[in-house]
Write a protein that binds this ligand. Structure first.
Ligand code: 5AD
Ligand code: SF4
Length: 464
């Protein structure tokens, strides 16, 4: 049966029943973007979004397996939902990265038999079919494939935000950092046709979106796969990330362009030049360090040394005025010694990151690092985490002072949570700013705000 017919049939079956759905998303922005597509598909089938989890007739989990705690949260929630299933026969679907792991798939099949649908990262688009089988044919469905999925364009999408949109430009990762499960569950790098990406963004601009975040596990290797996973031949001369960035910036109506995440080893000078030349591109760039020690970096298979990272950060700062850097750091990688950890602290002091996402190393079965016998004891990992956090907290205050007196472009996100009479938004570097409305700018507009005061976790300012 054609997909359209399936959708129609499910719509007919559930119409007038006022059925509601909830999607619980774990993990990164790529998963969030996938969840927006899942929402698009289920709304097309006639479901509407539930206000409360308890009222849902369909619950979809979009899972993550990057660290162990995401898995624990899923199993906690699955236990909770069992009762709901018994009371009102809620349909339960689980998809995303975790389902690409054989051991997890087995666990769900064995211990969570009440789950109706299991789908993987490459089978997202078959959700309408899967739902059809459950609702009309009363079957259970397991729909996970191992191969790298072909790129699917044109899925319906229900976005979470009216002004900011995320656009996935490539899927998968080829880097095989030794701690990371992503290349095993998301498959090889697959770049979308640049024309499809630009068309999507032009459409978003027409709908009133002002900020675009380009997403991929490793955005600056965009195009390196020569677009071999695209369904049709790619004719565009946009064949790398720098060219794509410039093309996105030319789209009228789009005022802010962000991207997540680049890899330091592939951060070529043409990308630095593109950022320097295009005002629309954010001045907050994410540059994942992971470790500041050359030996650990080598064992992590990161492809750069401590010195190369410092050099890159300097080159970026020298060429892009007002640049802010954010980063990811893992503490307690197998074999990490005290001195090696100190190197990480050293890089943090030298670079002065604006934001640090800190992670305790989490052993992922199947990765190279998980097999190492020299795992760092939990207690030491936690101590190192606390020491890094302490350093970071002390830097936040110093960094905040940099803002006083500067004028920042702030997209007005809404009313301040603590004071309804005030607006709030974020700087390019993700700092929350609270300010008085001036009667002209409204929510969704981009206002010029002079920063006047620094409160540890937010700034205040006034529209100029
Ligand atoms: N343990 C801890 N952190 C990890 N990350 C990826 N894999 C692991 C792991 N096994 C972190 C990295 C990456 C971020 C998205 O998650 O810092 O950049
Ligand atoms: Fe994981 Fe490394 Fe790929 Fe990032 S670049 S997704 S950390 S393997």
């Amino acid at each position: 049966m054609e997909k359209i017919d399936l959708v129609k049939e499910v719509r007919n079956e559930i119409k007038d029943k006022n059925l509601k759905y909830t999607i619980l998303t774990f993990g990164c922005q790529l998963n969030e973007n996938d969840s927006e597509k899942i929402a698009g598909m289920v709304e097309e089938m006639g479901y509407s979004k539930a206000d409360n989890f308890e009222d849902s007739n369909l619950v979809i989990f979009n899972t993550c397996c990057v660290r162990e705690n995401a898995e624990e949260r899923l199993f906690g929630k699955l236990g909770e939902i069992k009762k709901m299933k018994e009371e009102k026969n809620t349909i339960i679907a689980i998809g995303g990265c975790m389902m690409q792991e054989k051991s997890m798939l087995e666990k769900i099949k064995k211990s969570y038999r009440y789950v109706d649908i299991v789908f993987g990262t490459h089978t997202l688009q078959t959700l309408p079919e899967d739902l059809y089988k459950v609702i009309i044919e009363k079957q259970k469905v397991k729909n996970v494939i191992d191969i790298d999925g072909e790129i699917i364009e044109g899925l319906p999408i229900k976005r979470n935000d009216k002004f900011r949109a995320q656009v996935t430009i490539m899927y998968g990762c080829n880097n095989f950092c030794s701690y990371c499960i992503v290349p095993y569950v998301r498959g090889r790098e697959r770049s979308r046709d640049p024309e499809d990406i630009l068309e999507e963004i032009r459409g978003l601009a027409k709908e009133g979106y002002k900020e675009i975040t380009l997403l991929g596990q490793n955005v600056n290797s965009y195009g390196k796969d020569k677009f071999k996973y695209c369904k049709k031949e790619v004719k565009s001369d946009i064949d790398n990330f720098a060219k794509l960035l410039r093309a996105v910036c030319e789209i009228d109506g789009i005022e802010i362009v962000k991207f997540m995440s680049p890899h330091p080893k592939d951060f070529t000078f043409d990308v630095i030049e593109a950022i320097r030349d295009c005002d629309k591109i954010t001045r907050m760039i994410h540059l994942p360090l992971q470790s500041g020690n050359t030996k650990v970096l080598k064992e992590m298979n990161r492809g750069y040394t401590k010195e190369e990272f410092l050099e890159l950060a300097k080159k970026m700062k020298d060429n892009i005025p007002n640049l802010y850097l954010s980063t990811d750091i893992i503490v307690g990688f197998p074999g990490e010694t005290e001195e090696e950890f100190e190197d990480t602290l050293d890089v943090v002091r030298k670079v002065g990151f604006e934001q640090i996402f800190m992670f305790i190393y989490s052993k992922r079965e199947g990765t190279k690092a998980a097999a190492r016998p020299d795992q760092v004891p939990e207690e030491i990992k936690h101590q190192r985490f606390d020491r890094l956090k302490e350093l970071y907290d002390s830097e936040v205050e110093a960094q905040n002072k940099r803002y006083i007196g500067t004028v920042q472009n702030i997209m007005i996100e809404g009313k301040s949570k603590n004071d309804e009479t005030k607006y709030c938004g974020r700087t390019d570097s993700n700092r929350v700013v609270v300010f008085n409305p001036n009667g002209k700018e409204k929510i969704g507009d981009i206002a010029k705000v002079r920063i006047t005061e620094n409160h540890k976790w937010f700034l205040t300012g006034e529209i100029v």
